[in-house]
Write a protein that binds this ligand. Structure first.
Ligand SMILES: Nc1nc2c(ncn2[C@@H]2O[C@H](COP(=O)(O)OP(=O)(O)OP(=O)(O)O)[C@@H](O)[C@H]2O)c(=O)[nH]1
Ligand SMILES: [Mg+2]
Length: 453
């Protein structure tokens, strides 16, 4: 390019159109959504620890946080930042609703006669539990009930579900009568079962609203649970008939609305996955998370002949799977950590691929709260992480276990013995000119922006 063109002064500036990129951020609860959002804002404003992003973009920019709009709950960045800048920093509290934040980029124009380009990056964080329910859009009450009862009867879940499974066999479900108390009992037992799964680190719970009701707490519309398929006629006024009606209303009024309000307009979806949890808990929790992700992603893979895809006209063409909290894993095992995520989603990736949805797999840590060190274990030098464990005040060194190079070995989970700690966050630097230490956030941000800026 001839350099003098850059300096041409027309006496006015040619405008460049503003652009908006909408990114949906989801993941199961505690997967790291809020910490990720806080870090991304912090990183972009300071822009002192994003060499990969700057190098790939090749353009100078400033980023600023826009004031909230009134439609969504505001993502309270400054209070979260304050807690993280404290001498004794604290992780943000669990969030229960959809929130939105917009980071505005102003890119310096390459030519004196062009206006700077403005790109708004809208980041919307919502509970992954709600997303689990989107797969219900595709299922009748009967199909859903059969799926849920089958799942609840599986080994890994039956110890939590047995009371509810026994109870549904003891009542008259298909005949008319005054059964309100029984309805409540069935609902309570089913909810208790889902909550036990949740407390034991399982991910797949339907309806997810039973775990995170949000503004639907105590809403009578939620008074239902799966029931065995009737073998003969179902009377009007029976428990089955009423549960079926509420299920159908829930799906058409609540689940569909969530879909219409949020999903139609996203460009990109980032799914945060807490693989550390699965390594700590073992194969049942790993497989269950796979099931939950599959269910979430079903939303994007409805076939073109499917009534929903025609109706909703989905726009998402890019899904980024990102394993969070990589600071728990020594750097030498990061590749292996990424392979584990690849292993979890290989079939989902294939499904998305045939629908022309690009997928990427990455790992990152939004707030690098550990150091990678070597230590001696039984005479052998091993890679460890060092940080301040929750409930302690001084840093300590931990060997979390060794990740294999690949996961094809059938005995991997049988022999898995990991011991990951929960670490306190490191303090965020006190000024906006310096961002917090992270791992691979710059690559992740570039994946969200590339092809769009
Ligand atoms: N060490 C480390 N821990 C992290 C990181 N990100 C998240 N965590 C841990 O994960 C927990 C949950 O993170 P959040 O960002 O609150 O998770 P969330 O997905 O927003 O959770 P909900 O609001 O409950 O849905 C934090 O309290 C930290 O303990 C990270 O980058 N490094
Ligand atoms: Mg949160």
């Amino acid at each position: 390019m001839l350099d003098f063109i850059k300096d041409i002064d027309l006496g006015f500036k040619i405008p460049t159109p503003d652009k908006t990129i909408k990114v949906a951020i989801t993941g199961m609860s505690r997967s790291g959504k809020t910490v990720f959002l806080t870090s991304i804002i912090n990183q972009l404003i300071a822009n002192d620890k994003l060499p990969y992003l700057n190098d790939k973009l090749g353009r100078t920019f400033v980023a600023r946080l826009l004031p909230p709009d009134s439609v969504y709950m505001r993502f309270d960045y400054y209070n979260k930042l304050k807690a993280l800048r404290n001498a004794k920093p604290r992780w943000p509290k669990s969030t229960k609703a959809v929130s939105k934040t917009t980071v505005q980029f102003e890119f310096k124009s390459e030519y004196g006669f062009l206006e700077n380009q403005i790109i708004n990056l809208e980041l919307i964080d919502y509970p992954g539990e709600w997303l689990l329910d989107l797969a219900m859009l595709d299922m009748s009450y009967e199909q859903w009930s059969e799926f849920m009862i089958g799942l609840a009867s599986e080994d890994a879940r039956s110890k939590f579900s047995s009371e509810w499974l026994t109870d549904i066999k003891t009542h008259e479900l298909y005949k008319d009568g005054d059964y309100f108390e029984i309805q409540e009992q069935l609902f309570d037992l089913y909810s208790e079962y889902l909550k036990s799964l949740y407390y034991h680190e399982f991910s797949f719970m339907q309806p997810g609203r039973f775990i995170e009701p949000g503004d639907m707490k105590d809403d009578p519309l939620l008074l239902f649970c799966p029931l065995p398929t009737p073998l003969s006629e179902v009377e009007e006024g029976s428990i089955y008939e009423q549960f079926q009606k509420r299920y159908e209303s829930y799906v058409s009024e609540v689940v569909k609305r969530l879909y219409l309000e949020h999903f139609q307009t996203f460009d990109s979806q980032i799914i945060l996955v807490d693989l550390i949890k699965t390594l700590n808990e073992g194969e049942a929790v790993f497989e269950d998370m796979h099931l939950a992700l599959k269910s979430i992603l079903k939303t994007f893979t409805y076939g073109s002949n499917n009534v929903f895809s025609k109706f909703f006209d989905l726009k998402i063409d890019h899904v980024l799977f990102a394993a969070t909290k990589a600071d728990h894993i020594p750097a030498s095992a990061h590749e292996s950590y990424m392979n584990l995520l690849g292993e979890m989603i290989w079939d989902i990736k294939k499904e998305l691929d045939v629908k022309h949805i690009e997928t990427e797999v990455t790992i990152f840590s939004a707030v690098k709260s550990t150091q990678f060190v070597k230590a001696k274990l039984e005479g052998e030098e091993v890679d460890c992480v060092r940080g301040i464990v929750e409930d302690e005040d001084e840093p300590s060194t931990h060997f979390p276990g060794s990740l294999p190079a690949h996961y094809k070995d059938r005995d991997f989970w049988k022999n898995a013995d990991f011991n990951f700690q929960t670490f306190k966050p490191i303090s965020f630097p006190p000024r906006d000119s310096h961002a917090v230490e992270h791992i691979r956030m710059d690559r992740l941000i570039y994946s969200l922006l590339k092809d769009r800026v």
